[in-house]
Design a protein around this ligand. Structure first.
Ligand code: SF4
Length: 89
C-alpha cells in the first residue's frame, strides 16, 4: 500500500517546481553550487518535499535535485537508511 502510494505521482501537481522548463533541478555538474543552491531554495518551500525525496529514493533516481538533495546526498541518505535498517533487524 505504502509503496503503491509512493509510485503514484499526484504529488507532482503540488510541486513548487511544477511547470518549470529550465534545467535548474538537473544541473550537468553538481559542483555548480550556485545552481544547486537555487534549486534547493525552491525545494525548501515545497509542500511535497518528503514525497519527492521518497519517490526519488524508491525509484532509484540518480540524476538531479529531488527533495532538496543532490544525487550524492541521496546516496549518503540511502546508505544511512540501509545501515539503520540492518541494525534494527
Ligand atoms: S522538493 Fe524540489 S524537486 Fe521535489 S517537487 Fe518540490 S521543488 Fe520539485
Amino acid at each position: 500500500m505504502f509503496e503503491q502510494a509512493l509510485m503514484e505521482t499526484e504529488w507532482r501537481e503540488l510541486a513548487a517546481c511544477a511547470g518549470r522548463v529550465d534545467d535548474l533541478f538537473f544541473p550537468v555538474n553538481e559542483s555548480d553550487f550556485a545552481r544547486v543552491r537555487a534549486a534547493k531554495a525552491v525545494c525548501e518551500g515545497c509542500p511535497v518535499r518528503a514525497e519527492c525525496l521518497a519517490y526519488s529514493i524508491e525509484t532509484g533516481q540518480t540524476e538531479g535535485i529531488w527533495g532538496g538533495l543532490t544525487s550524492r546526498e541521496r546516496r549518503q541518505l540511502r546508505r544511512k537508511w540501509k545501515s539503520a535498517s540492518r541494525r534494527a533487524s
